[in-house]
Ligand binder design. Structure first.
Ligand code: ZN
Length: 148
């Protein structure tokens, strides 16, 4: 077998991931070279904003591009620390940016549900489980953090 014929045990992410909102007004791309923390956030803000837990992956701002829809992308300041980006046309919850926190302001959290398949990504854990809803259980065996 040549290397090209050898099946990969795990799919690697494509070098560049693309994504969009539900209506397609907002489209974006992100380089996969330095993605971190593909996980689920159970905090009450993420649950209210997204309708349930929010799945996101984190990338450097410099690796992230809005391809179209800058005018439809709207930012809501959800706390002193962070703002949340959504599509004004369809309401899709797309981005979380902690622009008020020195250690997070240079990275963007991107909704995994907005990414085009195949992502090659797998969730690696849960955060803010101390704030989770009472209407579900976490039963996937992934690591859980009480806060961040
Ligand atoms: Zn939209």
């Amino acid at each position: 077998m040549t290397p090209a014929d050898t099946p990969a045990p795990n799919k690697a992410p494509p070098a560049r991931l693309s994504g969009r909102c539900l209506c397609g007004a907002v489209a974006f791309a992100v380089d996969a070279r330095d993605l971190r923390e593909p996980g689920l956030c159970h905090c009450s803000q993420c649950r209210r904003w997204s309708g349930h837990v929010w799945a996101a992956v984190n990338a450097p701002l410099g690796d992230f591009d809005i391809l179209k829809g800058e005018d439809a992308l709207t930012w809501f300041k959800s706390s002193e620390e962070a703002r949340r980006g959504f599509c004004r046309e369809c309401g899709s919850a797309l981005f979380w940016h902690a622009d008020g926190l020195a250690e997070h302001k240079d990275r963007m959290s991107v909704a995994m549900g907005a990414l085009d398949a195949p992502t090659g990504l797998r969730l690696d854990g849960h955060i803010f489980v101390a704030d989770k809803g009472d209407y579900y259980d976490i039963a996937d065996g992934l690591p859980q953090k009480a806060t961040f």
